[in-house]
Design a protein around this ligand. Sequence first.
Ligand code: FAD
Length: 352
Amino acid sequence: MSSEALPRANGNDGPIETDAVIIGAGPVGLFAVFELGLVDIKAHVIDILDKPGGQCAELYPGKPIYDIPGLPIVSGQEITDRLMQQIKPFGATFHLGERVDELERLPDQRFRLKTDGGKTFVSKVVVIAAGGGSFTPKRPPLAGIEAFEGTSVFYSVRRREDLRGKAVLIVGGGDSALDWTLNLQPVAESLTLLHRRDDFRGAPHSVEKMRELAAQGKIRLLIGQVTELHGSGNRLEAVTVKTKEGEERLAVDALLPFFGLTMKLGPVANWGINLNENLIPVDTEKFQTSENGIFAIGDINWYPGKLKLILSGFHEAALMAQAAYKIVYPGKKLLFQYTTSSSSLQKKLGVT
Ligand SMILES: Cc1cc2nc3c(=O)[nH]c(=O)nc-3n(C[C@H](O)[C@H](O)[C@H](O)COP(=O)(O)OP(=O)(O)OC[C@H]3O[C@@H](n4cnc5c(N)ncnc54)[C@H](O)[C@@H]3O)c2cc1C
């Protein structure tokens, strides 16, 4: 499913108050929406990626997985799509392209979370399903690039309109570089796509479209590398590009390098939760961290015997939800029920 079709929260008019925030929209974060939904807990899901699916969708969308119970063979993208379908009845709100940077406990025992996109959440429970950490763009090895990041150098595009009328240089040969070339060409004043080889790894139809635009003179395609950045303060003005023909100084307002992503633990390390070698130790009854009300499930957690498998994360999500219920609905008793036979669960699932 395309991320465009997902319900998203709009704007930033004060904190978003909710029962649960799930950090990470990998397979385990997605299944947590389901398990929380069955016990009447509404969730907001935040992920730095612009699509759900975590490692499955980002690292191996086309590869087959053979050890998901009941699905003898399923690709990384297909399991993501199936999970999205399965959690649909619970109407979770997705905040994609946002990284959770801050997490702190409030005096009333709820939690405040802040994203790098300026959103604030206040939640009764927090579920960390951050996998191997946040996907972080690889920074090109160019002297002084840090000074221009966020003002002239962008590793993702939040609002296409921000680049209207700008001289844009996109560097890379994968899907992101190609998709943004096609997307930004109509709004940019000029657009150059630069790749070190005349061979693109992206989807064949995108490569074809890009080459059409180049043949029509609507974009410029260069084969080579950026060797130097020129600008003043935090404003980039030009770059030196080295091609087979020699060196060229190219006037540029915005540089978008798409060199792939690496996984880094990122901000999780700053939230005051006990860590063990970049993993979060949890108990195996509730999958709770050292902080009451903060749970950790999936690849990010550790306990004796832990296996970093999707099915382990699914089990952890089920038990986490039982414990989260006691925090969200203190004093209320939770009845154990089967989806097969419980009419109340079936009503929540919209199947009756
Ligand atoms: C090539 C490959 C093949 C694999 N094959 C199998 C297999 O056959 N069977 C199997 O069971 N497992 C397999 N795995 C492992 C499986 O993909 C992981 O166990 C699974 O993805 C873990 O899911 P998760 O939801 O815990 O984390 P992830 O899938 O890592 O998702 C975590 C998400 O959290 C986000 N995130 C992290 N920090 C933040 C933050 N601060 N703010 C916002 N977002 C954040 C990340 O961007 C990411 O999208 C394979 C892995 C790889 C790489």
